[in-house]
Design a binder for this molecule. Structure first.
Ligand code: ATP
Ligand code: MG
Length: 377
């Protein structure tokens, strides 16, 4: 916040207005630490750039300049409204305006539509502070119009309810119910990102209850999955765990959520976690072949009480690379040419080492191999 105040002072010295806005003000009033601080100003992006030594054009088309100062970045955005919203998505064009109030008017919820000057004096034209005290998410202005402008706001309302442990104001909630279908106009990446966030908040159960009860879930791919006993868990450490939880509870596979476009890493984690959760027994081979992250999620799902890190470190090896022998050793010892037999024998040795049936010792493995291999000839 100190850096943001310095940025504001510098803008004011140059004759401009500048305020902290949005989430930072909300979090300040809630006595929470904001993750980023946004500044709004009547200076144009070019004027902002000329005033500060180090800036990055992160969102210049939307009037945002990132000012680098004291080792952090403060996003400075010129007061603006948004153009037309013919397709229920955020507009491509923005229009700069002169007053702070006009800028606050375009914001989604009253609690996100407050500004604060460098002395912490609040500008609050829509009763955001009162809604904060009541624990309410309320659209700025007419909720029907605001959701028609940008349908993602419906999901944001639901996400903030879980993030802040707030209720959605009745008329805002009713509006989501009526306009749920508009969510189809929103890019799946933006939808997934909101759902990911919902899973990480302490009141995930609230968000997912709203998602189902408003009917919004019905308009999302495999929306039935969101109806689950979320209260079972206080909070998930990763979004992947939340997705795996839904699939596990509904006895579904990864295929059901592919429309949400996961990264390959997330896909792998979810798939393998589900697989491990469904195994009837967790032996050494399971601890060996699944990653810590996959096992942690799986243990959460099937309620297994195991110390994963301890089990893993008790294994004789952690990967093939740690085996004391390799394929060329086997070729040398058997005087055989390369072939699929190598893979089979390495796999056999690997399993025995992991299960503690054979020590990971070159000489002992050689002895065992020479003996067994001859028998198989
Ligand atoms: P978080 O703690 O999740 O970062 P935030 O309030 O900072 O919460 P951001 O998504 O970072 O949320 O957006 C910053 C501000 O921009 C919001 O507080 C709100 O005023 C405005 N905003 C963001 N997205 C929208 C939107 N879709 N429609 C209207 N205003 C929005
Ligand atoms: Mg933010």
């Amino acid at each position: 916040m100190k850096t943001a105040i310095k940025v504001i002072e510098q803008l004011e010295v140059a004759g401009f207005e500048a305020y902290m806005v949005g989430g930072a003000v909300r979090d300040y009033l809630l006595e929470k630490k904001p993750h980023d601080i946004d500044v709004a100003t009547n200076a144009s992006p070019e004027q902002v750039k000329s005033l500060f030594e180090r800036t990055v054009d992160t969102g210049i088309a939307h009037g945002t300049v990132l000012v680098l100062k004291d080792g952090t970045g403060i996003e400075v955005t010129t007061y603006r409204t948004e153009g037309s919203y013919s397709d229920h998505r955020r507009p491509d064009s923005v229009e700069f305006v002169q007053s702070l109030e006009e800028d606050l008017k375009r914001r989604d919820f009253t609690i996100n539509a407050m500004a604060m000057d460098k002395d912490m004096a609040i500008t609050d034209p829509f009763g955001g502070a009162q809604d904060l005290a009541k624990g309410l998410i309320r659209a700025v202005g007419n909720p029907d119009e605001r959701f028609q402008e940008d349908a993602l706001r419906m999901l944001r309302a639901i996400r903030f309810s879980g993030q802040l442990d707030f209720q959605i104001d009745p008329s805002t909630l009713a509006s989501i119910g009526h306009q749920a279908h508009l969510i189809k106009s929103i890019a799946i990446e933006r939808i997934k990102s909101e759902i990911d966030k919902m899973m990480l908040h302490k009141k995930a159960s609230r968000s997912f209850a709203y998602l189902t009860d408003t009917g919004l879930a019905e308009h999302l791919p495999s929306g039935y999955l969101f109806k689950a006993d979320w209260a079972k868990f206080q909070v998930f450490e990763t979004a992947a765990a939340g997705w795996a939880f839904m699939l596990f509870e509904h006895a579904q596979e990864m295929e059901a959520i592919l429309p949400y476009r996961f990264s390959n890493e997330e896909k792998q984690t979810i798939k393998r976690a589900l697989e491990a959760a469904r195994l009837p027994e967790w032996n050494e081979w399971v601890f060996y072949s699944y990653t810590n992250a996959q096992l942690a999620i799986a243990a959460l799902l099937n309620g297994r009480k195991v110390e994963i890190a301890g089990k893993k470190s008790a294994l004789p090896i952690r990967s093939k690379a740690e085996m004391a022998v390799n394929g060329s050793d086997l070729m040398k010892w058997s005087s055989q040419k390369q072939g699929p037999w190598i893979k089979e024998w390495i796999a056999k040795i690997e399993r025995m080492i992991v299960f503690g049936e054979l020590a990971n010792d070159r000489e002992l493995i050689k002895e065992w191999f020479m003996h067994e291999y001859r028998h198989h000839q």
